[in-house]
Ligand binder design. Structure first.
Ligand code: SAM
Length: 324
């Protein structure tokens, strides 16, 4: 699949639900959103059918995300069905980790090879404050469970928010000295409830890397973990078991190498995280109309770059709505 700028699109992020057991301050409003009506959420067999129609066009890699994908009851069925599709080489999962310990072996058996766990803090009180929910999450236990289950690589996503968790950059980076995990610091994208803060809460990646160097000394550039599909730049401390990455939506545009599109839980193909570029696939899918021409047209219209830096987010209120 090529888009209008010649970029090869082989990676689909599938939001299997817009719901979440967290209400992270930078992601969702406290009282939740207007949830997608259940009838509009694609079933496991419909998700299979979308992927089955895209795989012959060159789709190779899938990420299961949300919302929180592990709260969808039939998530393992969704995964197992996708795994059966010829051409799909890799299925990854993004999760907040709350249900990962309980579900790790089931997810592995269904076909998940690797996971990204969101860890914004190592402090219980702070995790609860950021998530606006106290679900007694112990991120270290979750990471051990993920490693023990054989997920490889295990990546950590940390959204750095100034004044909220930027004092934990060093301790999160130090995890890579004792665990084979890949810690990725993500620049806050001021959308949803955080839109009003503009750029004041954003901690630029160079500042993050400075804090890491201050804490652990030399950082060597690294190619990062195998099986990376995304825009992170990676580094490694000498002797470390894992790597440290930065993802820089606010300070460096990486749209030129964008390789992805997104499928929302209600079956809209979103060709850019921010903006209004999306096409309804659910209606034609349910009517038995082939999706290929619609997808080809949507890719031709994929924008050259997102408009996030102008804070134009296309009415997007939360990443949970898009498969962020
Ligand atoms: N619930 C899953 C999780 O926690 O990973 C998957 C969905 S969540 C929307 C995916 C990722 O988006 C998480 O790592 C989350 O921290 C990140 N995210 C959400 N809102 C963000 C924002 N405003 N800026 C930067 N990253 C954000």
């Amino acid at each position: 699949m090529k888009d209008g700028f010649g970029r090869s699109i082989e990676y689909l992020r599938i939001s299997v639900t817009d719901r979440c057991n967290f209400r992270c301050v930078y992601c969702m409003p406290e009282r939740g959103l207007d949830w997608i009506p259940r009838d509009n959420v694609l079933s496991a067999s419909e998700i299979h059918d979308v992927v089955a129609q895209l795989a012959p066009l060159g789709l190779r890699r899938i990420r299961i995300t949300g919302g929180e994908p592990t709260i969808r009851r039939d998530v393992c069925d969704v995964i197992a069905r996708i795994r059966s599709i010829e051409g799909v080489e890799d299925i990854a999962l993004s999760t907040n980790g709350v249900r990962l310990e309980a579900m790790a072996s089931e997810l592995r058996a269904a076909g998940i090879s690797r996971v990204n766990v969101s860890v914004d803090s190592l402090r219980a009180d702070r995790i609860a404050a950021i998530a606006r929910r106290d679900l007694k999450l112990d991120p270290i236990r979750v990471l051990h469970a993920a490693l023990d289950a054989g997920f490889d690589p295990v990546k950590i996503n940390t959204v750095v928010v100034r004044g909220v968790n930027d004092d934990e950059i060093a301790s999160l980076a130090q995890l890579t000295m004792r665990l084979p995990v890949h810690v990725r610091f993500i620049e806050l994208m001021p959308v949803g409830d955080m839109a009003d803060t503009g750029l004041e809460r954003v901690v630029p990646s160079e500042e993050v890397l400075g804090a890491v160097r201050d804490a652990i000394g030399v950082l060597l550039p690294d190619v990062g973990p195998p099986l990376g599909n995304g825009p992170a730049r990676y580094f490694r401390a000498p002797g470390a078991l894992g790597t440290i990455g930065v993802i820089t939506p606010m300070t460096h545009t990486y749209c030129a190498s964008c390789n992805r599109v997104r499928l929302t839980a209600d079956g809209r193909l979103r060709t850019c995280l921010f903006g209004d570029h999306e096409v309804d696939l659910r209606t034609p899918l349910r009517a038995g109309i082939p999706l290929e021409p619609l997808v080809v047209r949507a890719l031709a219209d994929k924008p050259r770059e997102h408009a996030l830096l102008q804070l134009r987010t296309g009415g997007l209120r939360a990443l949970s709505q898009t498969g962020g």
